[in-house]
Design a protein around this ligand. Structure first.
Ligand SMILES: Cc1cc2nc3c(=O)[nH]c(=O)nc-3n(C[C@H](O)[C@H](O)[C@H](O)COP(=O)(O)O)c2cc1C
Length: 257
């Protein structure tokens, strides 16, 4: 069994790399082989052709596609740029030759690090999981990461990596003979996954909550009060009003990195 970890950041020794390492360590602890790949080492070209997805495969180097096709499970880590994954990771997802019928139920773990303001920690992960979903892979619970939950994320990712390795030994494809027959099960599976239906209001709420957890001092109580107000307004269906308090709570404790 081989689990591959793909690092989507061009910065080889930074946060994405460390987070992918943590997941790979978890996989290794379950006795599988691991391999790390830096996407920046490959000449992945943005798709500029006139054809469809089959033509796009030509824009990803053959050896990279082969590694991904043959891997028993995939970890894909990307940095968040302007609320989404970076272009290098997107070009990889657009062009890697992972044909739907062959990868049904392939276990996958996505990691996105919003290492600046933290904004985009959910939308980044959503991009990766849209890819897994459309390819009918079996994405396991994602790990959205910001600077404010970075420390605890390493532990979570070790556990996710271990889970991924276990799944790679069991193989559980979605049922159905054809791609179309599998959609109901695929959709139901993804509908139950955490974070995929979260929006920017949820992002601010989560970031404020994480800042409260790691902050000290007299501003914490004020931030807590704002977050509690946001939570109760959301419970009453007043999401737009709640968002103002969520932002305030976050801004009270935000620190530049
Ligand atoms: C062009 C660009 C846009 C960025 N946009 C965001 C953003 O929207 N939200 C955020 O939290 N961080 C943002 N960042 C910061 C990166 O997410 C952060 O540096 C992260 O650690 C990058 O991953 P790496 O350390 O693995 O390279 C941005 C960085 C760059 C270069």
């Amino acid at each position: 069994m081989v689990v591959i970890g793909l690092v989507g950041s061009p910065r080889k020794n930074m946060r994405t790399n460390s987070l992918v390492d943590a997941a790979l360590e978890g996989s290794k602890s379950r006795g599988v082989e691991i391999e790390k790949i830096y996407l920046v080492d490959y000449k992945i070209r943005p798709f500029t052709g006139q054809g469809g997805s089959d033509e796009a495969f030509q824009y990803c180097p053959e050896d990279l596609s082969k590694l991904c096709e043959e891997a028993d499970a995939i970890i894909l880590g990307a940095p968040v740029y302007w609320g989404d994954i970076n272009g290098l990771t997107k070009n990889f997802m657009d062009t890697v030759r992972l044909r739907l019928p062959n990868i049904n139920g392939k276990p996958a773990l996505g990691i996105a690090i919003a290492g600046g303001s933290g904004k985009g920690l959910f939308s980044g992960i959503q991009s990766i999981y849209h890819f897994f979903f459309h390819k009918q892979m079996r994405g396991i619970e994602p790990t959205p990461v910001s600077r404010f939950n970075l420390d605890s994320s390493f532990k979570d990712l070790r556990m996710s990596g271990a889970k991924l390795a276990d799944l790679s030994k069991e193989k559980s494809p979605f049922s159905g003979e054809t791609v179309d027959e599998r959609w109901p099960e695929v959709l139901a599976y993804y509908a139950a996954l955490k974070y995929l239906n979260c929006d920017p209001v949820d992002e601010f709420m989560t970031l404020a909550g994480d800042l409260i957890k790691i902050s000290k001092g007299d501003k914490v109580e004020k931030a807590k009060t704002e977050l509690e107000t946001a939570t109760s307004l959301i419970a009453k269906g007043q999401r737009a009003e709640a968002s103002k308090h969520a932002v305030r709570s976050y801004q009270i404790l935000y620190f530049a990195g």
